[in-house]
Write a protein that binds this ligand. Structure first.
Ligand code: NAP
Length: 258
């Protein structure tokens, strides 16, 4: 008897978990993607695309699909979905695990300016016109559209809508992982003065931080939003697999009445 699992994805960790579950007969997994990127990397397990309709919608989905276990492996900045997952898990009485990779920490030579959000990140760029490498994805561009004194080199998986863009911008469409040598060439080639990034953590997009260090460039680092309290949390897909295996073992024991 396999257990139905819902994985909320859109991250490296969710993809790794999908690969680990591919041939595991203990589980019937389903990976959920928001549908934000136009051509997502599809997993080797069944998947669905699109929102559930808030906490109630997700709770209905959990009940309807008889989901036994849910794993919230969304991005650390996908805060709304993580709160929805916590709320729905409580409503539908489904055990929930969050996979949250460790944040990046500064090391010697880093010049980080920590900011609590995008508004303050745009403010931190100052009044003097700069050439800014903006690696925050395609959401949250409004504060930079207002800070129109700067030129932006904007990198995202899909190009943002034209009317979401700052007036002076160069677009790059690319998906990580990125290598440090390439990031250095990019920063130097575009005569970048400062980088703006979310503190996403992980290895896929961290090369820009080493490149900034090597070139003595400042980094405006947007800190992570709050996550729901009281959710069991691990840092890796391997730990998530161990959690799933424990729950499967407990389920078998309960069925045998031991
Ligand atoms: P968000 O602001 O937390 O969520 C917005 C809405 O999108 C949610 O209320 C939900 O709609 C829907 N949604 C989000 N993740 C979903 C998922 N895995 N499956 C189904 N619906 C989902 O999320 P976001 O920041 O826009 O991120 C969207 C997706 O991109 C997530 O899968 C996330 O892991 C991935 N991602 C985000 C970032 C980032 O920086 N934010 C970076 C890389 C990848 P309903 O309320 O209708 O259910």
């Amino acid at each position: 008897m396999s257990l139905n699992i819902l994985i909320l994805g859109g991250t490296t960790e969710a993809s790794a978990l999908a690969r680990a579950l591919k041939d595991d007969v203990r589980f019937a997994p389903m990976l959920s993607l928001a549908g934000v990127t136009k051509s997502p990397v599809l997993p080797p397990i069944p998947h669905r695309i699109g929102g559930f309709g808030g906490i109630e919608g997700l709770a209905d989905h959990l009940r309807r699909e008889k989901i036994a276990l849910m794993v919230d492996a969304t991005h650390p900045f996908a805060a709304r979905m993580s709160f929805n997952a916590a709320g729905a898990a409580a409503l539908a009485n489904v055990p929930l695990l969050a996979v949250a990779r460790a944040p990046w920490l500064p090391v010697a030579g880093d010049q980080w300016i920590m900011t609590p959000g995008m508004e303050s990140a745009a403010d931190a760029l100052g009044d003097v016109p700069k050439r800014v490498f903006l690696t925050i994805g395609q959401k949250d561009l409004a504060p930079f559209r207002r800070a129109r004194q700067h030129h932006y080199l904007l990198r995202s998986v899909d190009a943002p809508e034209a009317d979401h863009l700052p007036p002076s911008v160069t677009l790059i469409s690319a998906r990580g992982p990125f290598a440090e040598a390439d990031e250095r060439v990019l920063l130097a080639g575009h005569r970048i003065d400062v980088i703006v990034t979310k503190n996403s953590g992980g290895t896929a997009t961290m090369a820009k931080l080493a490149a900034a260090r090597a070139l003595s460039l400042p980094v405006v680092m947007v800190e992570r939003p709050a996550r729901p309290q009281g959710v069991e949390t691990v840092g890796t897909a391997d730990e998530a697999m161990a959690w799933l295996a424990r729950h499967h073992g407990a389920y078998l024991s309960a069925r045998r009445g031991v």
